[in-house]
Design a protein around this ligand. Structure first.
Ligand code: PMV
Length: 351
């Protein structure tokens, strides 16, 4: 058995605008998806998912997700989760030149699904890493990022930027502009995340911004202004000492840029009442800045606050289902120790 994990992410700046070639800065956060893979003797793929807000499910299928799994959870959620695993399996088979490889796969994730924290990217990244290693092939994090992007691109019908998958594979703060992906230095930012328990429809939200941008010059200007904020934010990060705790002046300016970015996303129609109310609670609790993260429409906000105030305020905010602190995840995809029980079980089996 091979076990790999990969982190989720928040967008410090730049979601949506990144779709039109503007830069974006996502940051990996210490909430991980863990994928355990054991090679099988046949070409079947058996997937078990836990903690995916799916109440846990097990499916077995041989070829692709077109063999609809027979499980008692809403079909779109199962199709989405299985679709990502399926695409990750295809990438691993291709990388290892083993088109008929079969796997038993278990997915565990502490990242809310579809909530702007990059859950699908983390599952795909960890899945490709674990499955290729299980077949004796070791890919670099950049190669995994690239293959994970291809997998997401396929599942999302071409509506994916490289941001989530690159950030999850590499860890830390990254900068993505079209196909140009780099890691950048950033100090340890005190992120607080608020989650409304829901999820936005990424495809519909991206399409909405595309329509607005095509229809109105001022909407196109709004998208490029988000790009301007990202460039200012990047300069601010580049001037900070990544090894020092960030000071008040730095956080005030960074938070101000996040607030501005949220206002423009709101203008583009991708916020929601619950996201706005969490953003305002965070601001009123004294956070340096707060914005939605990801596609919007529902899901998560990210705020910057080194004190406990924002988290406490969010927990009392109507519409906020969960609030937690998330450290910057400096490590991207990594191999984990298999659980002790599994090790002794496979030792027994081979004895
Ligand atoms: O909600 P997420 O984490 O999938 O982020 C979507 C971000 C968008 O910029 C709206 C789309 C993309 O692929 O970059």
């Amino acid at each position: 058995m091979t076990v790999s994990s990969a982190p989720g992410k928040v967008y410090l700046f730049g979601e949506h605008a990144v779709v039109y070639g503007e830069p974006a800065v996502p940051c990996a956060v210490e909430r991980r998806a863990t994928v355990s893979v054991t090679a099988r003797d046949d070409d079947h793929v058996r997937v078990r998912a836990e903690d995916l807000s799916l109440n846990g499910f097990t499916v077995e299928y041989s070829g692709s997700t077109s063999d609809r799994p027979d499980v008692d959870v809403p079909a779109p959620l199962v199709e989405a989760a299985v679709g990502y695993i399926d695409a990750a399996v295809d990438q691993a088979r291709d990388a290892a030149d083993a088109p008929n490889a079969g796997f038993d796969i278990t997915v565990q994730s502490a990242i809310p699904l579809g909530a702007g924290l990059g859950s699908s990217a983390a599952v795909v990244v960890a899945g490709i890493d674990a499955a290729t290693r299980e077949l004796g092939v070791e890919l670099s994090p950049r190669e995994i990022a690239d293959r994970a992007y291809q997998a997401e691109y396929e599942v999302q019908d071409g509506q994916a930027s490289r941001a989530d998958t690159f950030c999850s594979a590499m860890g830390g703060a990254v900068r993505v502009e079209g196909d140009d992906c780099r890691t950048i230095d950033a100090p340890a930012l005190p992120f607080v995340i608020g989650f409304d328990g829901g999820a936005g429809d990424t495809g519909a939200l991206v399409a909405g911004v595309r329509d607005l941008r095509e229809q109105y010059d001022f909407a196109a200007d709004t998208v490029s202004t988000i790009g301007d904020i990202v460039r200012r934010g990047e300069t601010l990060l580049a001037d900070a000492d990544p090894d020092e705790e960030p000071d008040d002046e730095f956080l005030t300016e960074l938070g101000g840029f996040m607030n501005f970015n949220h206002g423009l996303l709101e203008a583009l129609g991708v916020s929601s009442r619950s996201l706005d109310s969490m953003v305002w609670s965070a601001r009123e609790a004294g956070s340096y800045g707060a914005k939605l993260t990801g596609a919007g429409g529902g899901g998560c906000i990210v705020a910057i606050d080194p004190t406990p105030e924002t988290m406490t305020a969010l927990r009392f905010t109507p519409g906020c289902e969960d609030a937690f602190r998330a450290e910057l995840a400096t490590e991207g995809v990594r191999v984990e120790e298999p659980p002790a029980a599994e090790e002794s079980q496979s030792a027994e089996e081979s004895a």
